[in-house]
Design a protein around this ligand. Structure first.
Ligand code: GLP
Length: 244
């Protein structure tokens, strides 16, 4: 794992955006795996700025998001479909037909997850997968468990994740209790993984991901076994890691 130290959120965001931009420049028709959450918003904003200046062309790029809440329609403001449109897709010259997010509006979990696995595999898996990390070490919505998941599946969110994500909802009761998420194995199929983290709430998870045992109790720890992972984190998120 390569650890890139950032001063703060803005610095982390620019560094992540630079890496994604390099990928798009090197392979204009690349496949990007994308993430939601507060962490990548700054990088999306930076990429949109460069796109509008003509510096980063998304016209041939296709994207596959990690996850989606189960039971929300695509235009629900809390859905990850809506998040991606409003935070990124609407601001760059991507063909929206080439953007993909698991279909949380399909109540048939099995069918929705199988179909997502089929299209991600048909795309050849991401050239670059962007990840955030949950306070409990989750990636996508792969929560701590006694085994690593494989393909896309329906998960019951943990109380800690429901609590953490409730800041984006009016009431905690409104947070969906289930989600469809790409599996850990699928995430590991990406050719390169960039995982971003900022803030002290992530410090333990970042430490355990980089220096703890590889265990499904910290799903992100599996990234130690991938040969092309870049961790971009600010000082607060790296506070428990040894200084390099
Ligand atoms: C959610 C998402 C994850 C994300 C995590 C951290 O649970 N499913 O993909 O990494 O939250 O979110 P944030 O970046 O807001 O801390």
């Amino acid at each position: 794992m390569k650890i890139v130290r950032a001063r703060d959120y803005d610095d982390m965001s620019r560094k992540v955006a630079n890496i994604i931009s390099a990928q798009v420049i090197l392979k204009p028709d690349c496949v990007l795996g994308l993430a939601t959450g507060s962490t990548p918003i700054g990088a999306y904003r930076q990429l949109a700025g460069w796109n509008q200046k003509g510096d980063c062309d998304f016209s041939q790029v296709s994207t596959y998001n990690l996850d989606e809440y189960r039971g929300l329609s695509h235009d629900d403001p809390q859905s990850y479909h809506y998040f991606m449109k409003t935070n990124f897709f609407d601001h760059v010259n991507i063909d929206q037909a080439n953007t993909h997010v698991p279909d949380g509006s399909n109540p048939d979990a099995d069918a929705a997850c199988k179909e997502y696995d089929r299209i991600v595999a048909a795309a050849g898996y991401p050239d670059l997968q962007l990840l955030g990390i949950g306070n409990n070490g989750h990636i996508g919505f792969n929560e701590p468990d006694d085994h690593f998941s494989k393909g896309t599946h329906c998960v019951n969110l943990t109380e800690s994740t429901i609590q953490a994500n409730s800041r984006l909802f009016d009431r905690i009761e409104d947070v969906p209790r289930q989600a469809y998420t790409m599996g850990v194995q699928t995430i590991m199929f990406a050719k390169m993984i960039v995982i971003a983290a900022n803030g002290s709430a992530k410090a333990q998870a970042v430490h355990d991901m980089c220096y703890g045992p590889v265990t499904p109790q910290c799903p992100a720890s599996i990234l130690q076994l991938h040969d092309n992972v870049v961790v971009v984190a600010d000082e607060a998120a790296l506070a428990l890691c040894p200084a390099e």
